[in-house]
Write a protein that binds this ligand. Sequence first.
Ligand code: BGC
Length: 741
Amino acid sequence: MQRTMVLITVSAIVLLGGCTNSMRPSMQSAADKRVEELLVRMTLEEKVGEMTQLTLEVVSRRKDDRHVEMNIEKLREAIVTYHVGSILNCGGSANTIDNWHEIITTIQNVATKETRLGIPVMYGIDSIHGANYIVDATLFPQNFAMAATGNVDLVRQASEITAMETRSAGIPWNFNPVLGLARNPLWPRFYETFGEDPYLTSTMATAYVEAQQGNDISDPTKVAACMKHYLGYSAPRTGKDRTPAHIPDRILREYFLKPFAAATEAGVATCMVNSSEINGLAVHASKYYLIDILRGELGFEGFVVSDWNDINNLWQREKVAATQREAVKMAVLAGIDMSMVPYDYSFTNHLIDLVKAGEVPMSRIDEAVRRILKVKFALGLFDNPYPRADAKASLATAEATSLNLQAALECITLLKNDANLLPLSSDKKVLVTGPTADLLSVMNGGWTITWQGDREDLYPAEKLTVLEAIRAKAGADNVRYVPGASFEQPSDLNAVLEAARQSDVAVVCLGEKPYCETPGNIDDLNLPDAQKQLVQTLVWANIPMVVVLLEGRPRLLGTIADQANAIVMGYLPGQEGGAAMADVLFGDVSPSGKLPFTYPKYTGDLTLYDRKNSENYQPQWPFGHGLSYTTFRYENLTLSESQIGMEDALTISVDVTNSGTRSGQEIVQLYLQDMVRSVTPPVRQLKRFTKVYLNPGEKQIVTFTLDVADLTFIGADSRPAVEPGLFKVYIGSQEAEFELK
Ligand code: BGC
C-alpha cells in the first residue's frame, strides 16, 4: 500500500520523554545561595583544585589486602596545598567498612579543619554491581544480568541497596550506571550494560538512577549517581575497548543517546565521558557532544567528570593536542568540569596557568566549580561529610542477601532444554565439570573486590560455587567433579570420560575468566577450543549434558549449541549465583530470564534484533529469548482502536495463561513495527515489557499503553519525526495492526 508521507517533527521534549531539567528541586534550592557565596570567596587555585580528582593511591599506601593506610603528608599536599576537591577508587582492592570509615574521616578532617574554606571532599567509587569495593558487601548480578531479569523493581531495589551500602562506608558518589548499548559482543565491557536495546536500557537506567538518588541525595542511604560513558563508548568498530566508534548522528540519537536522556530526565547528578572518539571527534574535547547535545538538547545540569587520565590522553593517545597544557585547555573549554587526573597535579598547574594567561576564561572555571559545589551541597557534605557509625549495620543484611538471591534466580535464562532434561531430579548421579564450576570469581567478573575481579583468594569463603551448591542440593555422594579444562587448556579428559561412565548427567560449566576494560579485549568471539574439546569428550561418553554458561559476553558456542541437551545462561550472576544456579538446575525455581541481547551464532553475522527488512537474522538465540519449565499461552491481543490520531493513546491488552504444570514468571514483551516510513524501519523494536507470576492454569490480562512518542523515530535530518501509516504490534505469538492518522 502506498501511503502519503507526512513528516512531522516532534520536539525533542517528546522524544526524550519530557526532559527539561536534570537536577532535583531539593538540589537546586538548597545549594544555590551558599554556592554563590562560596564562589566569591574562592581563589583561582581553590577553584581549580575543586576541579581536580586524584586516585586514593596518591595519598595512601596499601597495608594489606583489606586495608589502606593514609599518608597524611601526601593528603595535606593534595587537599591543603592543591585544594583537591575529589578522590576516587579503593587503592587496589576492597577495604573493610571500618577502614573506609577511617579513610573518609581522615580525608574530611583535613578538608574541613585544615583548609581556609573547609570545603569537603567528594569521594567517588565504582559500585558497579553492588558496593564491590567494600569487603563483604552485597554483590549483585552484573547489569546485563539484571536486565535479563526483566524485573524493573528488582533493578530498583538492588540499586537502593548498592546506594545504601556505598554510603554506609561514607562514600557519596557512585560511577554507575553504565548506559552504553551492548551492540558489539566483542567489547569487554558488554556485561556492564543493560544490553543492546535502547528502551530496555532507558527503563533500567531510570529505575537505577531514581533508586540511587531518591528524592534527596543528602539522605544517608543515597548517593549521587554518574551516567557513563557519554557517548558512543560501547560501540567501538573493532570491539576493542577505548577505540574509535563510527556512529552517524542519526543513529547516535536513535539508539545511543536515549538512555542518557532517560537518566538526565531522572535527575542524574553527574556524567562521565567516553574515553575514546566518535567519528574522529575525541569526546573529551568535543563541545558538540559535551555542550551542544548534553547541555543544550538533553538539559543535563549536573557536572561532567572526565574518565581516567583522559585529558592526558587527548595529548598522549588521541593526538588532538600537541601538549599536555593544550589538552587541558581543550577539555575544559569543551565542557569537562572535573578531571580524573588521576596521579599528579599537572592538570591543576596547567589550568591555573591557562586562566592567568587569559586562555581559559574565569567564567568557565566558575561554571564548573558551581556545578561541582551544588552537588556537594545537595549531598549534605557541608553539613556532615563524615561516615555515620550506625551505617555499618546496613552492610549485607539478610534482606539484601535474599534480594540478591532473587536477582540471581530471575536472571538465569534457559536457552535450550531438549526433551525436558531440566530440571534434574536430586537422585541423579551428577558429573560436574568445566573451568567455571568451582570458582566464585567467574560468577562476578570484573569490578569485584579488585578491578579485574580475579583475586579468587579474596572472595568470601561462605558463598557457594556452582559445584558447592550442586553438592549441597544433590548430596556430595551423588556428585563427581573433574575440572576437565582450564579456560584455554584441556586437562584430565580421561578422568572426565571415566567419571561420565559412572554418572547419569553432566553439568558442564563453561565461560570466561573475570576481566574488565582493556585487559578483557579478545580477538576471537568463539569459546576457546579447550572448552569445546571438553564437550566433545562428553559426547563420546554419551551422557546427557547440561551446559552452564558463566560469561560476560556471548561467546560463540559452535558445535556445543547442538551437542548440549540443555543450555543455561548464567551471565555473571553475582555472589548468590552458585546457589541460584543449583535451585534452577534442580527445579526449585523455574527459570524466567530472557536475553537482553542477541546471542550470535557466526563470527561473520553479528546482526542485532532490531534489524532492517533487508537483513537476515540468524542468531543462535534472539534477543528476548528464554524458556521456562512451564509454558505460557498468549491469546486475545486486543487494541483499543484500529486507528489513532497524533494526540491519542492506544491501549493494548493480551491474555497470558500459564498453560503448564508448574508456577513460573514470564516477561511479557511488546514489540512494534513501523511498516513503512521515510527512514528504513527496523523489523521490530521493544516498546514495553512487564513480568508476571502465574500459577498453573492462572491467567492474567496484561495491558500496555502506547502514544505518539513510542511511534517517533529520528528522521533523515537527525530530528525526531513521526509519520502516519500502519504499525504492527507483536506480543508472544500474537500480532495486530493499527493505523496512525
Ligand atoms: C573506567 C570508568 C571508571 C574509572 C574509575 C576507568 O578506567 O573507564 O568506568 O569509573 O576508571 O575507576
